[in-house]
Design a protein around this ligand. Structure first.
Ligand code: ATP
Ligand code: MG
Length: 687
């Protein structure tokens, strides 16, 4: 029988396996394996010129499609759909920068390594026969820093071919010997991802500095790049007859020969001597000593006056370390125009800049404690966390930090028409004590809780904004409904976090709009979560209002004062009625709004408007002016609005107000007003 040729065996093989796959008895896994094997065989056949390139391409395409159809299919019977799983597994395995480094290699098992033992023996012999010069290692490589140096004599056990005998002679070096590995720094440094060295022959000469770099670098990058990327050419040559011009290589260099060949050129061009350590900052961030010694050793050239290369991350980190504590805090923020609001009324978009609620003025009011819930990233230094925030979930603190900030137009006291008594009282109990805490002490100490109540649209929220701008305090503006609805089940934690953050950011004003929805009377039918929020709020409020040191002011605003829980009412000691604007206030609102518009209103006409608008709230007055300002536009019926020039629009006239009165009505009924008046007489603190 004729022996089958190579080609026929090959073909029958293919046929057989094809039938096996097509038989339907294979599991998706087996099929995938078979297709994968086929793809490999195609590559192999093409590489051996058994099939043409066109044929290989066609076959490859066919089997790759089949293969990926199985892999990607999420049908349990026919596919594997392990794509996501693999990715997830990979992602899990991926060492995160923030993960704590846990190296399998410890000082103990370094000593256990046979090659290390051999080298230790050898260096001991050398030490006993010859004393090494003190600065041998510095000579070996100027990049060695003072902090890195102590570990090096011990590490000299790694050096090549008895080079110690030649470069040494150091009494320090020799005298200390291998036990110096136990130096705290060195042992720390050694607890890195040094790949296990298996053979003594694998240990090839490495300059001491580059070795220290590798150790500090945890060999993360070094093994891939080969020695030339590790240090510049000069430092690779150990002076004297240590290893003259000898090519240095890393333990597993052979395994990455192909890589280093390609990468050498690339990295060699861009990053002399720093490539191996360029991604090191994250590992160093948590340890100042290590980081310093690291930068010292790898930027040895800095010591000699030549600035070493640092990545931006490293430089930032080093700069932060250099700054004094107070400066490490973020730059003081002027709260003039900054409002922090949680929930309703937030104008901050998702891409707006985050402004932290930092202590202002000297930035050191809390003893320089940075209220940072946790390190934001592995590359950032771990700044001290405020004690008061330790019991608070970092997530909550972050939510408060991220959500309460806002920027709003600055509001002046003059922008608020009327309510003179309320304004004077607020200035007295909010602004002045914030400005002169030294005077407002003891009995003069400001109240810690204020309630602004009155009909809707009378300027309560406006007053809140004004306090934010004028008091100079850190301002937290919280809509009660956002606390109760947005963070279902977490409301009370949010309340706790809010007060904790406020405590860190003193002086602070917590403004709670619609406070009635947060602190309404507790009843049997109410939801458990809202009851818990309420209780927590009262507890916090109590703490804030009774503590004499805390400079936290809680300002609540409501148009339903009668619904507020009596316990909360008691804590909000200053209850200020914000009534409907009087005639003078209404005039002020109209005049102020009209002064910004083109109008032809006479003084008498304004008086008439004021008279006619009796019972209007501030918001109603604003709406009336808006409506009137549209009058001139509406009168341009015959003209094309798209082509009209601004000068062609006539000024706002009294007639526009007359027609505006036809559509704008007071929003507060006299019956409602009576309720406010009664409540004010009962609980209010006004005159
Ligand atoms: N005293 C005032 N002076 C000037 N403008 C005012 C005054 N009161 C109200 N306004 C105008 O009405 C708008 C709404 O006021 P604001 O939101 O402060 O009312 P509020 O009392 O908080 O009402 P609500 O009880 O419904 O929350 C303001 O933006 C402002 O334009
Ligand atoms: Mg309001």
């Amino acid at each position: 029988m004729e022996a089958p040729t190579h080609g026929t065996v090959h073909l029958s093989d293919w046929q057989k396996s094809y039938f096996a796959i097509a038989s339907g008895t294979c599991t998706p896994g087996q099929k995938a394996d078979e297709y994968r094997a086929k793809i490999l065989r195609i590559q192999y056949a093409w590489a051996n010129s058994e099939i043409s390139q066109v044929c290989a391409a066609n076959l490859f395409k066919k089997y790759a499609e089949k293969y990926s159809a199985i892999i990607d299919s999420d049908n349990i019977e026919t596919g594997l759909n392990n794509y996501a799983e693999n990715i997830l597994t990979l992602a899990k395995c991926q060492q995160n920068d923030s993960d704590k480094w846990q190296s399998a290699l410890t000082t103990e098992n370094v000593f256990g390594l046979k090659c290390v033992q051999e080298r230790m023996q050898a260096s001991k012999k050398v030490q006993s026969s010859q004393m090494a010069p003190a600065d041998a290692l510095v000579l070996a490589d100027k990049g060695v820093s003072a902090s890195a140096a102590p570990c090096l004599p011990g590490l000299s056990a790694f050096s090549s071919t008895g080079e110690n005998e030649h470069c040494a002679g150091s009494s320090k070096c020799a005298g200390r010997g291998p036990h110096l590995l136990e130096h705290p720094l060195s042992s720390k440094s050694l607890q890195s991802n040094v790949p296990p060295v298996t053979k003594a022959s694998d240990i090839l000469p490495v300059s001491s500095a580059s070795l220290s770099e590798q150790i500090h670098a945890g060999f993360q990058a070094a093994p891939l790049f080969g020695h030339k990327e590790m240090t510049n050419g000069a430092s690779l040559k150990i002076p004297g007859n240590c290893s003259d011009g000898q090519n240095l290589s890393l333990p597993n260099q052979s395994a990455v020969q192909a890589w280093s060949g390609k990468r050498k050129a690339f990295y060699g061009l861009t990053d002399k001597g720093s490539t191996a350590t360029s991604s090191l900052a994250p590992c160093q961030a948590s340890n100042t000593t290590e980081a310093n010694s690291f930068s010292g050793s790898r930027n040895g050239s800095e010591e000699s006056g030549v600035p070493g290369f640092r990545t931006a991350k490293e430089q930032l980190w080093v700069d932060q370390q250099k700054k004094p504590q107070s400066l490490q805090q973020r730059a003081p923020v002027s709260y003039g125009g900054v409002k922090k609001s949680l929930g309703a009324g937030r104008s901050r978009g998702p891409f707006s800049k985050f402004v932290p609620p930092v202590p202002k003025q000297d930035g050191n009011e809390n003893g320089g404690v940075q209220c940072k819930p946790h390190a934001r990233g592995p590359t950032e230094p771990l700044l001290p966390v405020d004690e008061r925030l330790k019991s608070i979930e970092p997530k909550m603190v972050e939510l408060i930090m991220h959500e309460i900030m806002d920027h709003g137009p600055p509001v002046n006291w003059d922008d608020i028409a009327g309510v003179e008594f309320a304004k004077a009282t607020i200035k007295e109990i909010v602004v002045w004590p914030m400005l002169r805490p030294d005077i407002f002490t003891g009995l003069r100490g400001p109240p810690k809780g204020i309630l602004l109540f009155g009909p809707p649209g009378t300027g309560k929220t406006l007053i809140g904004k004004c306090i934010a701008c004028q008091s100079g305090a850190t301002f937290f503006s919280i809509s009660a409904s956002s606390l109760t609805s947005k963070w279902v089940g977490e409301g009370e934690k949010m309340v706790r976090a809010l007060f904790a953050v406020a405590r860190c950011q003193q002086p602070a004003v917590i403004f709670i709009d619609e406070i009635d929805s947060l602190l309404s009377q507790r009843g049997d039918g109410e939801h458990e979560s809202s009851r818990r929020i309420k209780t927590e709020f009262l507890v916090q409020l109590d703490g804030a209002t009774t503590s004499s040191e805390d400079r936290i002011l809680v300002v609540g605003a409501t148009n339903r004062p009668q619904e507020i829980d009596e316990a909360a009412r008691r804590r909000l000691v200053k209850r200020l009625y914000i009534p409907l604007p009087e005639a003078s206030a209404r005039k002020q609102i109209v005049s102020r709004l009209m002064s910004k518009e083109h109008n032809c209103l006479s003084e008498e006409e304004i008086e008439l408007i004021v008279k006619q608008s009796d019972g209007f709230s501030g918001a109603d007055m604003t709406q009336l002016c808006r409506e009137a300002s549209l009058g001139p536009i509406r009168s341009l019926q015959s003209m094309d609005i798209t082509t009209i020039m601004p000068e062609q629009v006539r000024p706002i006239a009294f007639v526009d107000f007359e027609s505006a009165f036809g559509t704008v009505r007071p929003s507060v009924s006299s019956k409602d007003l009576e309720l406010y008046e009664t409540w004010n007489r009962t609980f209010g603190c006004g005159r």
